[in-house]
Design a protein around this ligand. Structure first.
Ligand code: MCA
Ligand code: AMP
Length: 522
């Protein structure tokens, strides 16, 4: 068995006592429910055996759009065990988005919620997907019904370091979304680096060591919740307190039972609004980690004064998993607000100019990265893959940053036209294309504007078509809802006679952003 099979590595880290609690649900149907390590092992084996019974070609894509549940985590583990490729999909995605992903990835199996079965299965069967199962958040649906007939032991299908484990779609700056192909080696090297760097503490009952307890309140269809949070806890054999939905008050109430929390900045902002967040409520906590979007320095400072803890900010991407981190151990240095820390062990990060020439510390330029964590390429897009790498195979992140003299990186902007709202990525081109199709709209520009809750909020500026009545902003918002995921729908639509353009005719989005800077914060 190759040592780098991701499931094997996770399984090897399960505690000796398989009857210990692995996951405890904090909300959702039937909560609190306790899942033992044995349950994760047996449940994932049964689903893996069900997948094997379908006799799919090796490395088939298994697309999953389900609500967060521990069974959904078992499904992920089952896909790894069965030697297939996991393709997680945001539950907010609508028919147009699902249609694209299914058409592009050609999954052999799709798992959706019972409520979405009618429309999702229609899309999937039309695209040639052979099997559609359902999985509800109350342990309901055909996936578990069918898996119940299969054995609860399974020998994982051998996979090599560079075999695919997952495809994660990241929206394209222009045109189509791209599937980032992540290998077993990518995910495992990163999980191991983080286990060590963040000092994950495994339980050791013989020594009286309780081990870390993670509050898991992130969605599990993205890198942060699935690969950083779940892999972290699993690879250390640590218990998770599992929230299907993020609720600031409920999470704050459970901090005294936990030692580690991971979240996007919006989650920290919302928890700070809870009077129950105090030093006392955080006294059992060891580590607060933030990522997926820039953490404002005010949030960093407010958190320190309210909780007594210094947030550890880290930086990563779907294509690369985690890249840099502020130190965990005091001996490794300070946790610096406004900085994403130093490159993780084994990861190389450089800042270059427009010609890919190395810049000195203190100079701002493009962030490029290299390492065992960097993905294999974009699914069936060799040209886009080639464009994403330099000649000497550094990956262009599209982020703009600057190293301090002591090797700490600050992300100061993005060269890619991307909005990050509450940790979710929104590509303006996708929203603009839909707006431009709506009646009365001649053209549009979509920008990110500072927002107290989401960090950045999506705002659209539309130019009315000549000779017709100006479109009603609310009608445009309503028209987009149901066509794209809710977090992509502009929070505000503004009507303007024209868009500012430079001499080349390019829309000057910076001017639009500046003009609307105080829209939500005034
Ligand atoms: C929900 N809504 C949003 C967002 N989330 N609008 C803008 N931005 C958002 N992020 C809208 C919904 O469309 C809905 O609108 C209304 O808010 C309520 O929806 P609900 O689902 O109840 O929202 P919520 O529970 O309050 O969600 C906020 C959230 C969530 C908990 C912050 O957005 C979230 O879980 N964010 C984390 C995303 C994440 O895991 N990113 C990691 C990506 P309406 O009422 O109009 O219908 S991985 C990554 O980025 C890299 C690799 C990395 O470094 O980690
Ligand atoms: P995704 O495409 O969802 O993987 O998002 C990756 C992007 O999120 C990165 O390219 C950054 O622009 C952004 N990002 C992630 N973590 C941070 C952070 N700590 N600070 C600033 N930006 C971040």
């Amino acid at each position: 068995m190759p040592a780098n099979h991701l499931f094997d590595a996770l399984r090897a880290a399960f505690p000796a006592d398989l009857d210990a609690i692995a996951v405890e649900t904090a909300d959702g149907p039937g909560a609190p429910l306790a899942y033992r390590w044995r349950d994760l092992d047996r449940g994932s084996a049964m689903i893996a055996n069900l997948l094997a019974s379908l006799e799919l070609p090796p490395a088939s894509r298994i697309a999953v759009q389900v609500d967060k549940s521990v069974e959904a985590l078992m499904l992920y583990l089952a896909v790894l065990r069965a030697g297939h490729v996991y393709l997680p999909l945001n539950t907010a995605y609508q028919a147009g988005e699902i249609g694209y992903f299914v058409g592009d990835a050609e999954p052999a199996v799709l798992v959706c919620t019972p409520a979405a079965f009618a429309w999702v299965s229609t899309i999937a069967f039309r695209a040639g997907t052979g099997h559609v199962f359902t999985l509800g958040d109350e342990r309901s649906g055909t996936l578990l019904e069918r898996a119940a007939f299969h054995a609860d032991a399974q020998q994982p299908v051998p996979r090599r370091d560079d075999d695919l484990a997952a495809i994660v779609y990241t929206s394209g700056t222009t045109g189509r979304s791209k599937g980032a192909m992540l290998t077993h080696g990518n995910l495992l090297s990163n999980a191991r680096a983080l286990k060590d760097f963040w000092d994950w503490r495994s339980p050791d009952p013989a020594q009286g060591v309780a081990g870390d307890v993670l509050i898991h309140a992130l969605p599990i269809f993205h890198v942060h919740g699935l690969f950083v949070a779940c892999h972290g806890a699993l690879l250390a054999g640590c218990r998770m307190i599992w929230f299907a939905r993020f609720d600031a008050r409920a999470v704050v109430a459970r901090l005294r039972d936990a030692t580690v929390f991971m979240g996007v900045p919006t989650m920290y902002v919302r928890m700070l609004a809870e009077p129950a967040l105090t030093r006392e409520s955080c006294s059992a906590m060891r580590l607060f980690i933030s990522g997926s979007a820039p953490l404002l320095i005010e949030t960093f400072r407010d958190w320190q004064s309210r909780s007594g803890h210094v947030i550890l900010e880290r930086y990563g991407m779907s294509e690369t998993v985690m890249l840099t981190s502020n130190p965990c151990r005091a001996t490794d240095g300070e946790r610096r607000g406004g900085s994403v820390g130093r490159p993780l062990p084994g990861v190389r990060v450089r800042v270059v100019d427009d010609q890919d020439h190395l810049l000195a510390a203190g100079q701002t330029g493009h962030v490029q990265v290299k390492g065992p964590n960097v993905f294999k390429g974009y699914w069936r897009m060799p040209e886009k893959t080639a464009d994403a790498f330099t000649d000497d195979m550094w990956f262009r992140t599209g982020d703009v940053g600057r190293f301090d003299a002591d090797g700490y990186l600050a992300i100061v902007g993005r060269s890619k036209d991307l909005i990050i709202s509450g940790g979710y990525n929104v590509y303006p081109a996708e929203v603009e294309a839909l707006l431009d199709e709506l009646p009365g709209v001649a053209e549009s520009a979509v920008v990110g504007v500072p927002h107290p809750d989401f960090g950045e909020a999506v705002v659209a500026v539309v130019v009315p078509r000549a000779g017709v009545a100006a479109p009603d902003p609310q009608a445009l918002i309503d028209a987009l809802k149901g066509r794209i995921a809710g977090y992509k729908v502009p929070k505000r639509v503004l009507v303007a006679p024209e868009l500012p353009r430079n001499a080349m005719g390019k829309v000057q989005k910076n001017l639009l952003r500046d003009a609307q800077r105080a829209l939500f914060t005034a």
